[in-house]
Design a protein around this ligand. Structure first.
Ligand SMILES: Cc1cc2nc3c(=O)[nH]c(=O)nc-3n(C[C@H](O)[C@H](O)[C@H](O)COP(=O)(O)OP(=O)(O)OC[C@H]3O[C@@H](n4cnc5c(N)ncnc54)[C@H](O)[C@@H]3O)c2cc1C
Length: 343
């Protein structure tokens, strides 16, 4: 079996790359270890409205649960700051399926329950998890879109070692919300807590720096106890969590291997926002391969996204490894405050 490109991971990054490539006639194999695209969801499901303007075909009424207008921040010292932040709360399972569906409609082959094992420069080694069999396919290029703890990155060069760890519940809202709510607290070190409204329910979570070595579920339980004004603490309708890359972009091109989305560290290391970046880098990587200019991907992704991500990563290293004097640290590290843009 020979493909122009094998893409590992059918999240937003990988499916977008497969779609961009297949649309132009490239022979593409899209591989994911999951049984079902987009499930289980490990996300709070917010995307900025700008993504809709760029890729309207990725959105349909069933993939959008609600619209939001602003991001409202609650500081430990009682200040409330509102930032314009128009966008959508998605149904990520349906949204991820939608993009993968567009890619297969354009001719990409989708292989589920199949795990990436290795790449020797010519052949990609995969394991069919259903049949417990090894597969070998040849490819001109490999795209690693296999998420924060990318195996493609680890086996081909630099890889992310510093993460935020998150935990999230789905809980019922007492009253519908139109905004995203962000909470900074001394007991959520190196991160923050969130309520992202999704119709009658909300994704309620916390993200903390892994280096603090805390039990993230205990931190989440403490957080939900202080949210009585907004949510019903019981019943817990869903539980999830996962890792967010915390150290910025890592070597997006290594020979014929390109990393997109979380696999390449294209996730904001402070806010944790990574869906739009995964889509954008997936598209850029696909276009660079089509044009025969793989190195261009590194330049375009660094110019458009990498610099601001790396700047945030630097702030993370400088200000968030010690979680004291929050009145000083939070404005230095969060995009809603003027101080963020001063150094
Ligand atoms: C709790 C939480 C909340 C978040 N909330 C938001 C939010 O509200 N907005 C936002 O923009 N971002 C959010 N993020 C970040 C966002 O989810 C990611 O940035 C985004 O999913 C990255 O997309 P991706 O395509 O790079 O990777 P992923 O979506 O992680 O997809 C990677 C895919 O690769 C597959 N895979 C992994 N390893 C292998 C392997 N060896 N072989 C085959 N397949 C493999 C996985 O099964 C998966 O399907 C959140 C993250 C977390 C953890």
């Amino acid at each position: 079996m020979h493909y122009d490109v094998v893409v590992i991971g059918a999240g937003p990054g990988g499916s977008t790359a497969a779609y961009t490539l297949a649309k132009e006639g490239a022979r593409v194999l899209l591989v994911d270890s999951r049984k079902e695209v987009g499930y289980p969801v490990q996300c709070a499901e917010f995307v900025p409205v700008q993504l809709y303007y760029k890729f309207p075909e990725f959105f349909s009424p069933e993939t959008i649960v609600q619209k939001v207008n602003n991001m409202v921040h609650f500081t430990p010292w009682g200040e409330i700051t509102t930032m314009y932040s128009e966008g959508f709360i998605l149904n990520r399972t349906l949204w991820d399926k939608k993009i993968a569906g567009l890619a297969t409609k354009e001719g990409a082959e989708l292989m589920l329950k199949t795990k990436f094992i290795g790449f020797d420069g010519n052949f990609v080694f995969l394991k069919d998890l259903g049949k417990n069999e090894m597969l070998k396919v040849s490819a001109n290029s490999l795209i690693g879109a296999d998420g924060a703890r990318s195996t493609v990155a680890r086996l081909t060069g630099e890889y992310t070692k510093n993460f935020l760890i998150t935990a999230q519940y789905t809980l019922r809202l007492k009253k519908k919300l139109r905004d995203l709510l962000i909470f900074f607290r001394d007991y959520i070190p190196g991160g923050y807590g969130w309520i992202f409204p999704k119709g009658d329910v909300a994704n309620v979570g916390v993200g903390i720096d892994l280096d603090y070595k805390l039990d993230v579920v205990e931190v989440l339980n403490k957080f939900v106890k202080e949210l009585e004004d907004f949510i019903y603490i019981k019943p817990i309708l869903g539980r999830t969590g996962g890792f967010i890359p915390g150290e910025g972009v890592i070597e997006p091109v290594r020979g014929r291997v390109l990393l997109v989305g979380d696999a390449g560290g294209f996730c904001h290391p402070i806010t944790g926002g990574g869906i739009a970046n995964a889509v954008l880098t997936g598209d850029m990587a696909g276009r660079a391969i089509l044009e025969g200019e793989i190195q261009e991907y590194e330049e375009e992704s660094m110019d458009t996204l990498g610099q601001s991500i790396n700047r945030a990563a630097e702030k993370r290293r400088r200000y968030m490894k010690e979680w004291d004097n929050l009145k000083f640290r939070i404005p230095k590290t969060w995009i809603a405050f003027e101080e963020y843009y001063k150094d």
